[in-house]
Design a protein around this ligand. Structure first.
Ligand code: ZN
Length: 272
């Protein structure tokens, strides 16, 4: 479906929602670019290939993959094979993690922060956006100031930062960077289009600061484990969400340890 002039969201499901991976096809006057490709589930790659063909098979300049998680690169190998072999694009920092997971294809064009690609009437800028993962990529259209954020910014809720894959401090730096780009609209990796990017970015920064204050507040009461803090800060979570919450708290604890505000003794954390 064309959601703005030259911007298509080609999803297998009927509407954008959390858990549905948005896969965008940007079509300019001289070429096209995919931004993410969806889960590799039966029929989904073919549906995206058919959609591109229905548009008259605009020459593909690349398949940009925002990061290492499977719903983003899942159909990249199939699209590459069926659509004239455009390069799979990711950041240098994400390349190894992606190649390890993708197996049947590899990143052909690693990009640096600020590199550009012309689609004729649209100048695509690749933006290094670490946080959700160490090598996350955002895609910016200079003329319209549209920003494609992958999972760094979702349409609903906050982005997940798992220890070992990304870092809160990088995420916060990326939010400041996004503000400097002054986007007019955000096309997220999941969920609906963000029409007020400024408010959304501030909300995400605020949420992280608030969570950090809550964790410091917990530790002011005495040493605690991450589990104990999750139990105090979140209520009524399923097992899956409890694990997710524990990872978020741990990511904050890593930041606080690096800032020498918190010390760890085994699984127990205390204020320094
Ligand atoms: Zn992700």
């Amino acid at each position: 479906m064309e959601i703005a002039p030259g911007i298509h969201n080609v999803i297998a499901e009927k509407e954008m929602a959390s858990g549905v991976t948005n896969t965008y096809l940007i079509v300019g006057r001289t070429g096209a670019l995919w931004v993410d490709t969806g889960w590799d589930r039966p029929g989904e790659g073919q549906a995206r290939i058919d959609y591109w063909k229905k548009l008259g098979s605009p020459p593909l300049r690349g398949i940009a993959v925002t990061h290492r998680h499977p719903p983003h690169w899942g159909n990249a190998p199939a699209i590459q094979k069926a659509c004239g072999g455009p390069p799979i694009i990711a950041t240098y920092q994400e390349m190894d993690a992606m190649n390890e997971r993708m197996k049947v294809a590899k990143v052909d064009r690693p990009v640096r922060d600020g590199e550009t690609l012309s689609l004729g009437n649209m100048t695509i800028e690749f933006v290094f956006a670490p946080g959700h993962t160490y090598g996350s990529l955002a895609v910016f259209i200079r003329e319209s100031r549209a920003l494609f954020t992958g999972d760094t910014i979702m349409g609903v809720g906050t982005s997940v930062v798992n220890p070992g894959e990304g870092e809160i401090v990088l995420f916060l730096q990326t939010m400041e960077k996004f503000l400097r780009y002054n986007p007019s609209v955000i096309y997220p990796g999941q969920g609906p289009v963000v029409k007020d990017p400024h408010a959304k970015i501030h909300e995400l920064i605020h949420h992280r600061h608030e969570r950090e204050e809550q964790i410091l507040g917990q530790l002011k009461q005495g040493p605690k484990t991450a589990e104990q803090m999750v139990a105090a800060l979140y209520t009524g979570l399923s097992e899956r969400l409890t694990n997710l919450a524990k990872n978020q708290v741990k990511s904050h604890l890593i930041k606080l340890q690096n800032e020498e505000k918190v010390a760890a003794n085994g699984e127990t954390y205390r204020l320094k």
